[in-house]
Every structure is written in C-alpha cells, then in structure tokens.
Ligand binder design. Sequence first.
Ligand code: SF4
Length: 354
Amino acid sequence: MTVLNRTSLTTVDALASSLADRIVDTPTGYGGVEPDQQWAQEIRRLAKARNATILAHNYQVPAIQDIADHVGDSLALARAAAAAPEDTIVFCGVHFMAETAKILSPDKTVLIPDERAGCSLADSITAADLAEWKAEHPGAAVVSYVNTTAAVKALTDYCCTSSNAVEIVESIAPDREVLFCPDQFLGAHVRRITNRTNMHIWAGECHVHAGINGDELTAQTRDNPEAELFVHPECGCATSALYLAGEGTVPEEQVKILSTGGMLAEAKSTGAKKVLVATEVGMLYQLRNAAPDVDFQAVNEKASCKFMKMITPAALLRCLVDGADEVDVDPTTREAALASVQRMIAVGQPGSGE
Ligand code: SF4
C-alpha cells in the first residue's frame, strides 16, 4: 500500500484537500476515501475547475453512478463524450471505453480514474493475433465487438454492439467470409440467428459473463417459474436460456436476450413482478432505480467485474486532483479505427453497447 505523494504531481487547486491526502494505492486499486458528502462536494468542485464532464458505465459502483453527469453503456457514453461541451472527459469505466471516447473526440482530454482498469474480453485478442487471423483468411470481413482495444479496432472493418451485431453480419455479402471477434458467446448468438456457415468466431470471453452459467440459470428458473429472464448475449448462459425456452422450461416470451441499454428500456415496460438478470451485478442498481416495483435478482451474485470496480471514489478523486490517468490513441491508429467505430454508431442505437 502506497500513500500518494501529491506534491510530485500536477494538481488543480487541491493540494490543501485533506481528502486527497487520504488516498492510498493498493494492488486492487485506489482506496482510503469514503463516498460521503464532503467527497461529493469535492468531486463537483474539481470537475468544475477542470471543465470536465463525468461519464459512468452501468457497471460502476452506485456512488460513482450517482455523481456522474451521464450513466449508460459504452456506446451511449462515447456519444455523450463527443457531444459534451466540456473539454475534459472523465470516463468511469474500463480502458477500451475511454479509448473509444478518444477515437471519437480526439481534441478532448480523456481521463480514466485508474488506467489499470482493463477488460478480460478486450484482452482476449491482440492486434498481432488479429493480423495473423486475417492473413489466414484473405478477403474476409472483420467484425469486432466494441470491447476491443483501439489497435484491434484499427484492423477491423465493422465494429458492432450486441444489438446491431446480427444486422451488421447480415449486411456483408453472403459469399464473403466473416471473422467475428472477440466474444465467442455473442458470436454463437449471431451465427445461430443468421445461419451463416462462413463465419469464424474467435474463442474469447469475458471472465465475468462466462461465469454466469447454464446450471445456475436452470436452478433459478425452476425456483422462479413466473420470473422473466434478462440475459446479456455475452453470458455463458445465453445458449442455456434459449435452450430452456426451446424445451418449454421457461416460456419463450419470458426470455429476453438484451444489451444493457435494452434491459433498462425493457425494465420500464415489463409487466413481470420478478426478473432474473444475467449480467454484471452493477446493472441491478440501474434496473432497480428504473423500475422500483419490480424485484430484480442476479442469476449469479458473484458476477462482479473487478476492473469496473477499480474505479473507486478514491480513484475518481485522484483523477480530478492530478488530471490522471490520461488516455491517448496515436493518430495513425485513431484514423484507422475511426471508420469501423463510425459504422457501428451509424447502425447502433444509444443503449445498445455493453
Ligand atoms: S464485465 Fe467483462 S466484458 Fe465487461 S468490462 Fe468487465 S471484463 Fe470486460
């Protein structure tokens, strides 16, 4: 555990802050600060001083969601970043999300409260892996889920979200091979719907979503036969959910395969009293706020993303005090990545990313 030495860093009007002096660095992230009223006031004061807007992903801890100017999925937040009048974006999410914001808003300063907040799914394919895969399939179209690094996006023809992946794959000429990466569960979902036989799927996965398995889902649905199921297509249980519907264990109309934004929209209109939710548990906070009368329960309570949870109250305070960590994308990579991201935005709806 390291107590940060503030005087060695560039600061904004905060050296006197007793709060900032309490920040400690640990292997699992920055700690030492509680999200109380003093913290909230300091965050607002510093954000104003930096002319910064704070964006928070749906999987962030409640205190971060509550202090943010915008809460949403990665695509909606990238759009909010581009539209924001402020010249600094504080992106409370994981690194690839902040990179996507930088690709769309190169003239803005993009900060992430802890640059160690990575993503196991984005890490499951590197640019070198993709270049090698492309060489084995010359002429194939590359479709990458938004959870990829800027370097992978730069080698991609079409970025996609979970809600437009099917549409994008269907728009590619039927005789052209498709390389789909990095998520194998989303890829399987798209292949099942499109019946495409010349689609190759990278065997990547998110450790959190893959951990929500079919056995848990089966047990929960048998215990709660009336409940609806909201399932993110990246989940290891997406196939199980469709199987359960197919065999009649859960009526088909009770199973909804939805992006995080889709879940929020559905929460507001569902007639169900209880909903089982198969995605990262941070989503429950948003769903319960959106529809307080519905009983939302996690399929797996332990499905928590340690990277998302690295954006702690202390990390956000440090970010605004020090102007760190800054996220940059080199101009060549950015230019190459921009076209694939713009294609995704042209087809995707806000609320349809992870
Ligand atoms: S929940 Fe999974 S896909 Fe999402 S940021 Fe965490 S590791 Fe990545």
